[in-house]
Design a protein around this ligand. Structure first.
Ligand SMILES: [Zn+2]
Ligand SMILES: [Zn+2]
Length: 364
């Protein structure tokens, strides 16, 4: 029998997470309760923790949930095709299913959407995030079955890898033979390498800072053909050399805060190329942005936020195939009560610790 309450790390104020017991909800015909096995963490966890993102408080963070179905209503079981005991990955967005965007397949930008981990604790049943032993699954949830024999810290990588497929392959239309420049070698950039490799990209170039040597090395292990240290090399010249002056078919910027990658991306792109903007910059303007380059080269400039089912499906299939060394990206796992340490490690606030992919694992 499950305990009647769930331990949860509740975000009560900027930079404050407090352990609380939250009562487990009754489950009806169309919803379910998930026992969390792992919760991935990423840069937006840090922004939420800091209070930069407009997130409600108190609330339970944790938007990358992997877990086992603990209880489920008959309606939800039939619609989702899962049952008690199944391991599932849960999508972050709870879309309305009725607006124009939802009805045209763009449910991740539903204007009425709610996002797991950004729903107040005061909205019953409160368990809306994965920094907890249990999470509530709303009837509008989208879930994906995952091989239960994978280690949880590996299975939970469905989230960054899903972004790799959507931002690195699906949205820019990356084709076999393409040249792709990926700017930023964090977990999302490395995931783009795996996805582009899978899509048959012939020439994958990853850029990073001097401090990113280890990550750039991992990029090469994952299949990148070239890496560039933008602080010690002339990146535009290097990309020109590598591509015999042609430039890249696809450029993906997943770096956060820095704006230089956006201006550089326009120089990296070939005529008719596509530039994906997938890293947020703290709402800063981009200095030296020359829009004429977009015009003259007929560059397609696209923004990407979030991931949809096809990206997650591709990610889960690739993880289940065990054909990549993706586990080398996993660097840290933390107990639920150490959520704050996990976030500070991710944010490089802990000396000598460098996180690439990390997750929280509740005690069993
Ligand atoms: Zn995330
Ligand atoms: Zn909608």
């Amino acid at each position: 029998m499950p305990s009647p309450s769930s331990l949860a790390m509740v975000h009560t104020a900027p930079r404050q997470l407090v352990a609380q017991d939250v009562k487990l909800p009754e489950i009806g015909h169309d919803d379910a309760l998930l026992r969390i096995e792992a919760c991935g963490i990423c840069g937006s966890d840090y922004e939420q923790f800091e209070g930069v993102l407009r997130s409600p408080m108190p609330a339970i963070p944790g938007h990358e949930p992997l877990g086992l179905i603990e209880r489920i209503g008959d309606g939800a079981a039939a619609r989702w095709g899962v049952d008690v005991g199944d391991r599932i990955a849960v999508e972050t967005m709870l879309a309305c299913r009725n607006c124009q965007n939802c009805l045209t397949g763009n449910y991740h930008i539903c204007p009425n959407r709610r996002i797991y981990s950004y729903i107040p604790l005061g909205d019953a049943p409160g368990l809306w995030g994965a920094y907890a032993e249990y999470m509530y699954l709303h009837p509008n949830s989208i879930v994906h079955k995952v091989d239960p024999t994978l280690p949880p810290e590996l299975a939970v990588m469905f989230n960054p890898l899903g972004a790799g497929f959507r931002w690195g392959v699906e949205m820019p239309g990356t084709q076999p033979g393409d040249t792709v420049v990926i700017m930023g070698p964090g977990q999302r950039g490395l995931s783009c390498v795996l996805a582009c490799r899978e899509a048959g990209a012939a020439n994958i170039i990853v850029t990073g800072l001097a401090a990113d040597q280890r990550k750039l090395e991992l990029a090469r292990t994952f299949g990148a053909h070239h890496t560039i240290d933008v602080q010690n090399e002339n990146a535009v010249r290097r990309v020109k050399e590598i591509t015999n002056g042609r430039g890249a078919d696809v450029v993906v910027d997943v770096s956060s805060y820095a704006t230089e990658p956006i201006t550089q991306a326009l120089d990296f792109a070939t005529l008719g190329g596509t530039v994906m903007l997938a890293g947020t910059k703290g709402f800063k303007a981009v200095p030296d942005f020359i829009s004429d380059k977009v015009v003259m080269k007929e560059i397609t400039l696209r923004g990407a936020i979030g991931v949809t089912s096809s990206g997650y499906n591709n990610a889960i299939r690739l993880i289940e195939s065990r054909s990549t060394p993706i586990e080398q990206m996993h660097t840290h796992r933390f107990a639920l009560r150490d959520a704050e340490l996990a976030i500070r490690t991710l944010a490089r606030e802990i000396p000598d610790e460098e996180s690439i992919h990390s997750c929280l694992i509740p005690d069993r």
